[in-house]
Design a protein around this ligand. Structure first.
Ligand code: OXD
Ligand code: MN
Length: 586
């Protein structure tokens, strides 16, 4: 008798017609074979064996370099369940359209069967997925990003409890590219793209879109969040999870070298992109990192912005779409001043400076998490780490103060639901436009966002010791257009204040938007930021916030009557508080 997995593999093979089927075991021998396969295909190079041992540079099709949200679909029976912020297709139509493209799509190719575990192998919070793909690059990447092969197959046994994900490169033509999710069936179909976020189905597709649906059904949370631990001089570690839209510095924050290390404050990395959270027997929300690697944005990464990752990526790393120096090393804008002479750009052309950047703006490194010097000793703890704070943030040149604290869970959910950010290169849409991005989940929520807000509100009633909720903005600019806050390792000063607030300390003033630190509440020793700049960083401008309030009101209208009453109530209260300060005598 064949297992449910074997039956599914057979049925997919009948549709896609691969030349051969390879079941991945996750061994080192297999990894070496896959590397050779990639190199022989001609789009992947081995990097300098001395300075970047066991590292590859992969060049993707130039039309296939980022997530394509326009062709990402949530295919629920009822359109309303996908909600106004997702693209929707009826499941039958999606099966027909994509089925047509999958038919015969693997002719002459190998179909790899990749069983993988999301989360620590020994954790009951972990889940199993299986990806079928005709891309060797996907196999090599999943090896870094998840626990894959025999370990997953052994855990699965003959069970049907896995999320199936079917992926084919198809012909890479953007007009025949689709990323379809069937949350009711817990199924993923993706065709026409080899880019990580579209093709590594365990990442955004399963760990966020499908998992967010499962989490609501089962009473847990799947969030687009880093997880870090802030160690205090006493040795106590306070864990925090933070959500920022794509390419807003989650990886850098999670791996930060603290500017207050000499005072005994140190940051430990548990995860850099996704958190799965469940209420533990101790009444705290416990987070695991479903991933085993970091798929980070390369440009802008350097010894100052993220020294830990610069150390981590010196071995066993896959670089995608970076430049290549004549020493056979990767190079990207922001690594140092200027590419060395003879650098080849991400499309394999000699870099001249006038034909675009050396590295594609969304070029990436894929690196095993355990290689980070900052990796937490608890990063694979099967029970996860207890979360004391949620931090939300975005790029806001003007509006939001450096940090503020929500007054309670319901208000915090409202703060998170009203998040917005200026867009980046992580998706193919226009860069630099302000868009609403609740909980940084806009592209990743697998169901109606109004119901997702409802799930957050509901979770608040189920967590005996809920995390406190904060909002940060590292990106505020002065009148001269320059960033006011130095960011990176200095962000630990904000984390320290957050930790103090959790402990019932940390000075703050109440404003219409929440608690903002007093201008002397942050530890600023050794930092050259004037008092005036600090005041500007912490300023809450009622006129700006009144405009913001109106804008969020418009966004919320999209959800009609499905928007939870508690969100409406918080919105109304913020409006009233803003009005009160506007009319208060100076
Ligand atoms: C990512 C993203 O790759 O959010 O993590 O786009
Ligand atoms: Mn992300």
């Amino acid at each position: 008798m064949s297992t449910p997995l074997e039956q599914w593999v057979e049925s997919v093979a009948r549709m896609t017609c691969p030349e051969q089927i390879v079941w991945c075991d996750g061994s080192e021998e297999e990894a070496a074979r896959i590397q050779q396969q990639l190199i022989s295909e001609g789009h992947t190079l081995q990097l300098n064996e001395k300075t970047y041992p066991n590292c590859l540079l992969h060049r993707s099709d130039p039309s296939d370099v980022a997530r394509t949200e326009k062709v990402t679909f949530i295919c629920t029976q009822d359109k309303e369940n996908a909600g106004p912020t997702n693209n929707w297709m009826p499941p039958a139509e999606a099966k027909k359209t994509l089925g047509g493209l999958f038919t015969g799509s693997m002719k002459g190719r190998t179909m790899y069967v990749i069983p993988y575990i999301l989360g620590p192998a020994a954790s009951s919070q972990s889940r199993i997925g299986v990806e079928l793909t005709d891309s060797a690059y996907v196999v090599a990447s999943v090896k870094v990003m998840a626990r894959m092969g025999k370990i997953a197959l052994d855990r699965l046994g003959s069970s049907s409890d896995f999320v199936p994900g079917l992926h084919s490169l198809g012909d890479l033509n953007p007009s025949r590219r689709y990323i379809a999710h069937f949350p009711e069936e817990k199924l993923i179909w993706s065709i026409g793209s080899g880019y990580g976020g579209n093709a590594l189905l365990g990442k955004k597709c399963f760990a966020l879109r499908i998992a967010s649906w499962m989490a609501r059904e089962q009473g847990w949370m799947a969030e687009h969040m880093l997880i870090l631990g802030l160690e205090a001089p006493s040795g106590k570690v306070t864990y925090m999870a933070a959500a920022f839209p794509s390419a807003c510095g989650k990886t850098n924050l999670a791996m930060m070298v603290s500017a207050l290390e000499n005072q005994g404050y140190r940051v430990w990395t548990v995860g850099d992109d996704i958190a799965w959270l469940q209420v533990g027997p101790d009444g705290y929300l416990h987070a695991i990192n479903p991933e085993a690697g970091f798929f980070g944005v390369a440009p802008g990464t350097n010894e100052k912005t993220n020294p830990n990752v610069m150390t981590a990526l010196r071995k066993n790393t896959i670089f995608t779409n970076t430049g290549l120096t004549s020493r056979n090393e990767p190079w990207w804008e922001g690594m140092n001043d200027k590419p060395p002479a003879g650098t080849i750009d991400w499309q394999g052309r000699v870099w001249t400076g006038s034909n675009g950047p050396a590295a594609q703006p969304n070029s990436r490194y894929t690196v095993p998490a355990h290689q980070a010097p900052s990796i937490s000793p608890r990063w694979e703890d099967p029970t996860g780490v207890p979360i004391s704070a949620f931090i939300f943030g975005g790029r806001r040149a003007r509006l939001a103060p450096l940090v503020y604290e929500a007054t309670n869970w319901q208000h915090g959910v409202y703060v998170a639901a009203t998040m917005a950010s200026e867009t980046t290169a992580a998706a193919t849409e226009a860069v630099g436009v302000t868009r609403r991005d609740p909980m940084a989940m806009l592209p990743f929520c697998g169901y109606n966002m109004a119901d997702y807000f409802g799930h957050w509100l509901d979770m608040g009633t189920r967590i005996p010791h809920p995390p406190k909720i904060f909002h940060v903005n590292w990106f505020r600019k002065g009148a001269d257009g320059k960033f006011l806050w130095p960011g990176y390792g200095e962000n630990v000063r904000v984390l320290k204040w957050i930790m103090e607030r959790i402990e019932g300390q940390g000075a703050a003033t109440e404003t219409p938007i929440g608690f903002v630190p007093t201008s002397n509440a942050l530890t600023l020793d050794g930092l050259d930021v004037s008092r005036a700049t600090m005041e500007e960083l912490l300023r809450v401008d009622p006129a700006d916030w009144t405009r913001e309030h109106a804008d969020t009101g418009k966004f919320f209208q999209e959800f009609g009557s499905r928007l939870p009453e508690a969100i409406r109530e918080e919105h109304k209260r913020l409006g009233e508080r803003l009005q009160r300060v506007a009319v208060a005598p100076k």
